[in-house]
Design a protein around this ligand. Structure first.
Ligand code: TXA
Ligand code: MG
Length: 315
């Protein structure tokens, strides 16, 4: 299959409305979209990524009003999160409407819904005839794609169209909070921090620690994730101090050990998040053997970075 790369939201939306799979930019990471009413498109998303069928897709919308077509119930806690964080890097899990196909939700009675805060994503989604089911636009298990070249490297020949936009500003996938139960529970950390969710709904429960992911509420959490080919070594913040080694790289907030050959020194946790996945991919292109990753403090987006690093190191 020939993969078309375009900057035109019209062209991209036309392909999607014809039942094709289209990658598109968002502020978190690039998504791999298909029309939620088109079974073939949904199947093609799973096939292109090599994604297990029990791992559900997030439904993307351009306006909060569309939620009532997807969810059967919007509890008060969800209303509060929608009011404060939509559009943005937050996915809400709600009880699904009967019209949402089981292929989207992996057979679950709930559905993930996100309204991206990204002008290109927003324009694209507006032109799509129906809401768009989209996982991250990467081969399953690989780091998510934060620029169109990464999407193209992973998926060329497997998807019809890549909508080219700027590099994702946040760089980590959305925060997922399950509002289908009371109190709401964080399932995946992201740029909308636990602290900011609790500011509006103080009883919001934290995400279960990484060790309990064998029986996760969010099916995706049990699969390996975010892994570059290089070995990941976690450093600092309770982990050992890294000494460095030949053909290694360092990403973190403080000064690297002496012996590393490639360095991403980040001034803030936000910059760390923004750079993380593209740095992993760069290291792979340069055949780096070990990436030393400094664990950031466990607050704000630091929680999301720690989560991705722990799971990248697990493989
Ligand atoms: O930022 C993001 O969320 C990106 C962009 C493209 O929106 N998407 C993304 O999708 O990261 P994906 O498929 O890579 O991750 C979605 C996660 C998976 O872990 C999946 O198991 C979980 O969301 N999920 C989806 N629907 C769910 C549901 N009904 N209940 C629990 N978890 C769900
Ligand atoms: Mg993903």
């Amino acid at each position: 299959m020939q993969t078309i790369v375009t900057e035109s939201v019209d062209v991209a939306a036309r392909w999607l409305n014809r039942g094709e799979v289209v990658a598109f930019p968002t502020e978190t990471v690039y998504g791999l979209g298909g029309d939620i009413t088109n079974e073939k498109a949904l199947e093609n998303i799973f096939a292109a990524k090599g994604r297990p069928g029990d791992n559900p897709l997030i439904v993307h919308i351009h306006a909060p009003e569309q939620i009532q077509d997807i969810a059967s119930e919007i509890p008060p806690t969800a209303e509060i999160f929608i009011q404060h964080f939509f559009p943005g890097p937050l996915t809400l899990i709600l009880k699904k409407n009967t019209t949402v196909p089981n292929l989207v939700t992996g057979g679950l009675p709930t559905v993930g819904i996100r309204c991206p805060a990204h002008p290109v994503a927003n324009e694209f989604l507006k032109r799509c005839n129906h809401p768009v089911a989209a996982p991250s636009a990467n081969i399953s298990g690989r780091p998510s794609s934060t620029d169109w070249q990464a999407v193209y490297d992973d998926l060329k020949g497997k998807v019809r169209c890549v909508l080219k936009g700027p590099q994702s500003t946040i760089g980590l996938e959305s925060t997922i909070v399950d509002c289908s139960d009371n109190p709401p529970r964080l399932l995946r950390s992201g740029a909308v921090s636990l602290e900011s969710l609790r500011k509006y709904v103080p009883e919001t429960l934290p995400a279960a620690p990484a060790e309990t992911h064998q029986q996760p509420k969010s099916p995706g959490l049990k699969y390996p994730h975010y892994s570059p080919s290089a070995q990941i070594e976690l450093c600092g913040g309770g982990y050992s101090d890294c000494t460095g080694s030949a053909n290694s790289a360092w990403i973190g907030l403080s000064s690297p050990p002496e012996k590393v050959s490639k360095i991403a020194l980040c001034k803030t946790p936000e910059e760390y998040a923004h750079k993380l996945f593209s740095f992993f991919r760069e290291c792979d292109r340069e055949h780096i053997a070990i990436i030393y990753c400094e664990m950031p403090p466990e607050k704000g987006i630091g929680r999301a970075i720690r989560d991705r690093l722990q799971r990248a190191a697990e493989k």
